[in-house]
Design a protein around this ligand. Structure first.
Ligand code: COA
Length: 380
């Protein structure tokens, strides 16, 4: 008898990330998430996930240069964007645009290790450009050119608003990118590895991962968490709101986790602090204050703790992201981990093909449809 939802099933061996759900610890290639969030940049983390070691200064400079070059979207993609902005939701746009990017990748259908690595970096580099140009189009604004002086995350904020972010905002967003970059065998990463295991191409595997992330039980939770805070509107309404939600039997978004069950998700601990700080800086502490109250009530009522998506909601709001771009932003960061997992899968592949427990009827005998109709008529 299989555990529903494949809980506790080991689906792959990986060197990319590791979790201790009891201790509330997360490591990327052996480095604790607290250490990386405190000291590293997203670019270093991208290198770490791809190479299972930190880069030298020269390697980091090369990667940064490569990422700046790869930020530009192909003309073909830029041309698609007005239609996508008019016709699709942000995650559908991203799914479609990454799929379309495969047709215009300079490495074409080359699946050599080197070409796949370049594609991994291209996919990760271009995602913010796609998301921001989509947003600028739908708001009737001119698309902003990338600023090569800005790091990956800060440039994303710049592409959205046309203004250079403050150092504090840039760092908070960089940390958000780091925290979202990987998380072992979550649903979208597993999806990416399944697709890669058939030796399909890296773009297809990332497109499938985006599709998995889109759902509210996975990446969609950060957006829904923010919408809930807006619906609550004030700290004194939080308790009743949460109680009513549970009374209806609804799930609260941004809470609960398959792996962290009794301790805090370490990413939520970092994001709680950043959300508080950004709340103070922006002079809009209300979203943090409501979040904190919701957290207290949910813990008291259900014993559930916030996951990465809960405080990401208020933090991304403080950083000026439109709420419906929270999940695409998650995808942009997680592309670092997805592509690392896809490459790891290719490097030591066996097609992922689990088994199932059959629980349907047995020993049935086929009866032609005419005879079934006769039998039905006779019975009525
Ligand atoms: N709100 C209310 N109840 C919740 C809950 C939530 N957010 N998360 C878990 N629970 C309850 C479950 O209903 C279950 O109750 P039961 O034992 O009475 O049936 C119990 O807690 C155990 O949860 P379970 O369903 O086993 O969790 P899971 O491992 O299958 O699912 C999540 C994990 C993350 C999908 C789940 O917690 C969830 O849906 N959370 C909300 C969405 C979210 O924030 N997703 C982002 C994940 S990073």
């Amino acid at each position: 008898m299989t555990e529903k939802g494949l809980a506790d099933v080991i689906a792959a061996e990986t060197k990319i990330s590791d979790i201790d759900g009891k201790l509330g610890k997360l490591w990327y290639a052996g480095y604790s998430i607290d250490d990386l969030a405190e000291n590293a940049s997203f670019e270093e983390v991208l290198f770490l996930l791809q190479h299972i070691r930190l880069p030298s200064q020269r390697e980091l400079d090369e990667l940064i240069e490569q990422m700046i070059e790869y930020r530009e979207a192909a003309d073909f993609l830029a041309g698609l964007m007005p239609t996508l902005a008019e016709q699709t939701s942000p995650m559908s746009m991203l799914r479609t645009a990454v799929s379309a990017a495969s047709a215009h990748d300079p490495d074409g259908w080359d699946n050599s290790t080197e070409a796949v690595y370049r594609k991994a970096i291209r996919i990760t580099s271009v995602m913010p450009t796609l998301i921001a140009s989509y947003d600028r189009h739908r708001r009737g604004l001119d698309v902003v050119e990338s600023n090569p002086k800005l790091p990956h995350a800060a440039n994303f904020l710049y592409l959205l608003s046309g203004e250079e972010p403050t150092q504090e905002a840039a760092r908070a967003f960089d940390v958000q990118f780091i925290l979202y970059a990987d998380h072992t065998m979550n649903a979208s990463t597993f999806t990416a590895r399944v697709v890669a295991s058939t030796l399909s191409d890296i773009h297809s595997a990332v497109v499938a991962a985006i599709a998995a992330l889109k759902g509210p039980l996975h990446g969609g939770a950060n957006e829904l968490a923010m919408r809930m805070l807006e619906e609550i509107g004030s700290v004194d309404r939080a308790e009743q709101y949460v109680k009513d939600l549970f009374a209806r039997g609804d799930k609260i978004m941004g809470f609960g986790h398959r792996v962290y069950r009794t301790v805090d998700d370490p990413r939520a601990t970092i994001l709680r602090r950043l959300s508080r700080e950004m709340g103070e800086t922006t002079g809009e502490p209300i979203w943090f204050e409501i979040s904190e109250k919701v957290e207290q009530v949910v813990l008291a009522e259900k014993g559930l703790r916030p996951n990465v998506d809960f405080y990401a909601g208020s933090l991304l709001h403080y950083l000026g992201l439109p709420t419906d771009l929270f999940t695409p932003m998650f995808a942009a960061a997680r592309s670092a981990g997805w592509t690392a997992h896809i490459r790891e899968q290719y490097a030591d592949n066996r097609i992922i093909r689990p088994d199932s427990d059959y629980i349907g009827p047995r020993d049935q005998v086929y009866v032609p449809v005419e005879q079934r109709a006769e039998e039905e008529a006779a019975a009525s």
